[in-house]
Design a protein around this ligand. Structure first.
Ligand SMILES: *Cc1c(COP(=O)(O)O)cnc(C)c1O
Ligand code: SF4
Length: 367
């Protein structure tokens, strides 16, 4: 099969639907389970990918597949959703941050004093191959039960130091407007909760979800709501994404972006520059650029921290300061996130491992 013919197997026409269905986020979500069949039919199922597919099943919206520019495993869009035998290498840890994960209440993670993270649902529209929670794919389907939500809200209510709730997942925007409103209001109703941060990959893989109805829900809970998007490549910054972001902004909901530095996707200065300036163009403020955590099944995406700092150094001063994210990563031993600036040289442990200081002042080696 010629590469062009394969690629045409991933476009809208190949699904035999009109613009109306294509633009309907529920149609997109319903067909996201067919990604592997599609990719295989386009000749992308070989090369040992079957086994990776069995361990970490593919899932992707038809819309996102249609953003591929070439039907090749190296395409930066496909690389983020196509199973790869490198995921089975066994390197990395299953759950390097487990020990500090919970505060005794299911679904709630309270690691930093003034903010807590709520695992709204395990569902996602796309299974990102670099996902740090990929070992949990398929768990916690659907909306949280009334009891789970009440327990989490009860904990927050009894901790007046918590000012911000990270509404996370999975992807909270896979829930219906009604379910989402129930979750947001449970937290927004607590007087000391000032800010809600909704983390979602959907602006990139399913921007059709950013409807007027959703904008009304997010903008209507009576507290400041921010959308934390997850764009990794300039090709994800489509007209649909720009329109969705603007719809939310008009309802009073600004967007920031947390990107992941991914080898073979965005680890060169030109792609990063296009991504970061492109985000500003669609009115999204780049917030963080994360170095990948050492998580099993994702190690082939990591670039090394030194390379990340080198890339940040190549951009600094050459793009608007507004476009510059913080370069950040998670420390082991529950140390939380660290931010580094280009030119920062870490101290070294006796065995040569770089040592970073956590926000609580602990020195933690990073091996
Ligand atoms: C990353 C993270 C946060 C948010 O950290 P910020 O520095 O505010 O972006 C909060 N809670 C947990 C558990 C996190 O992992
Ligand atoms: S949307 Fe988020 S949680 Fe879901 S697979 Fe992608 S990175 Fe993981």
């Amino acid at each position: 099969m010629r590469a062009e013919d394969r690629l045409s197997g991933l476009g809208r026409e190949s699904w035999g639907v009109g613009e109306a269905e294509w633009g309907d986020w529920r149609w997109q979500l319903r067909h996201s389970g067919e990604a592997w069949g599609r990719l295989s039919a386009c000749g992308l199922g070989g090369g040992g990918r079957e086994e990776a597919q069995r361990r970490y099943p593919a899932q992707c919206t038809p819309y996102y597949l249609s953003l591929a520019a070439s039907a090749s495993p190296d395409d930066p869009v496909l690389r983020q959703v196509l199973p790869d035998p490198a995921e089975l290498s066994g390197d990395g840890e299953e759950d390097p941050f487990a020990e500090e994960a919970h505060c005794g209440v299911p679904r709630l993670v309270h690691r930093y004093r003034d903010r807590a993270l709520f695992l709204t649902t395990g569902d996602c529209a796309a299974h990102c191959r670099h996902c740090m929670r990929k070992r949990n794919w398929g768990e916690l389907p659907g909306a949280p039960s009334a009891e789970a939500l009440a327990a989490a809200a009860g904990y927050v209510r009894s901790h007046p130091e918590i000012r911000e709730i990270l509404v996370s997942g999975g992807d909270p925007l896979t829930l219906s407007d009604g379910e989402l409103e129930r979750v947001l209001s449970a937290f927004a109703a607590i007087p000391h909760v000032e800010t809600l941060r909704v983390g979602s990959r959907l602006p990139a893989v399913l921007p059709q979800r950013l409807t007027e109805g959703l904008a009304a829900v997010l903008g209507g809970v009576g507290k400041a709501v921010f959308l934390a998007c997850h764009f990794n490549h300039p090709r994800e910054l489509t007209e649909a994404a720009a329109a969705g972001v603007l719809r939310l902004l008009r309802a009073g909901v600004p967007s920031v972006c947390q990107s992941v530095l991914l080898r073979g996707v965005n680890d060169d200065p030109e792609t990063l520059r296009e991504l970061l300036t492109g985000l500003l163009r669609i009115r999204v403020k780049p917030y963080c650029l994360f170095h990948g955590d050492p998580i099993r099944g994702t190690m082939h995406f990591r670039t090394g921290i030194a390379r990340g700092l080198e890339l940040m150094g190549a951009l600094r001063g050459h793009v608007s300061g507004l476009a510059m994210p913080a370069f950040a990563f998670d420390l082991p031993q529950g140390g939380g996130k660290v931010r580094l600036e280009p030119g920062d040289a870490p101290r070294r442990a006796p065995d040569g491992a770089p040592v970073f200081r956590s926000f609580e002042g602990r020195d933690i080696p990073y091996r």
